[in-house]
Design a protein around this ligand. Structure first.
Ligand code: SAM
Length: 225
């Protein structure tokens, strides 16, 4: 079952409603605080200016210390995308950019990290060539697959296959998960496919509506074909 919540995960609608260790996992993708929404990524800026993507302030509100305390209180295990950008996490390494830097860092740490290597299409561009998620339970994995830009309705959308991989091989079928930063809801599509009970937040009403529509459309197509 998927529960969609259009609210801020901090404050009255958020963590205070959850018991200690209520969730098996937190799988979260918070804003990294690199202000991508202000246009330091040219492709995103152009897409937002053309009206192909909604702007909003999705990358501005970096989670505070309380957020990191809360996610540890309400869940037994955590996976946090952009783990290298958060000083509260043991994999804090904000300068990682190139594949080799991610690889050297992973080899040298005992911390759990999933690296998503976005493939050759990203080499020598302004973007990071990979993204890193911290995993509290210590698994280390490297996953290489290209980024498909065509079916995108959120600026920082992660692919469904990436979330399916996480739910199938790291979290496990039947588990209860809280995703605090839903964005495109590709996480919800993957959860539905992998038999995960998910509670998912998104505070931006425009993204909430759009992503919910995409979620419903995805499963309508699934049933028809
Ligand atoms: C990095 S994006 C998530 C992208 C998502 N993983 C995907 O694949 O589409 C972060 C999202 O969290 C939302 N957000 C930011 N702060 C939030 C908060 N305090 N509560 C709920 N949602 C929040 C933003 O509007 C944005 O859509």
């Amino acid at each position: 079952m998927i529960t969609f919540i259009n609210a801020d995960n901090q404050g009255w609608a958020g963590f205070d409603n959850f018991r200690d260790k209520e969730f098996d996992w937190i799988v979260a993708d918070p804003p990294y605080g690199i202000n991508a929404h202000k246009g330091n990524n040219k492709n995103l800026r152009v897409a937002i200016e053309r009206g192909e993507l909604h702007g909003g302030s999705w990358d501005g509100a970096v989670p505070n210390d309380q957020y990191f305390e809360d996610i540890k209180r309400v869940s037994k295990a955590q996976l946090v995308w952009g783990g290298n950008y958060f000083k509260q996490l043991p994999v804090f390494q904000p300068k990682l950019k190139r594949i080799k830097e991610f690889s050297d860092f992973q080899k040298g740490t005992k911390e759990g990290c999933l690296v998503w290597d976005k493939g050759e299409s990203m080499y020598n561009r302004a973007f990071n060539e990979a993204e890193l998620a911290w995993i509290s339970t210590g698994e280390q994995c490297w996953f290489k697959k290209m980024l498909n830009q065509r079916e995108r309705w959120h600026p920082t959308q992660k692919p469904v296959w990436l979330y399916r991989y996480i739910y199938k091989f790291i979290v496990g079928k039947g588990k209860t998960v809280l995703d605090t930063h839903g964005g495109s809801f590709t996480s919800a599509i993957a959860a539905e496919m992998e038999g995960i009970n998910l509670v998912i937040y998104e505070r931006d009403p425009i993204y909430f509506e759009l992503s919910l529509k995409k979620f419903k459309k995805h499963f309508r197509q699934f049933v028809l074909f």
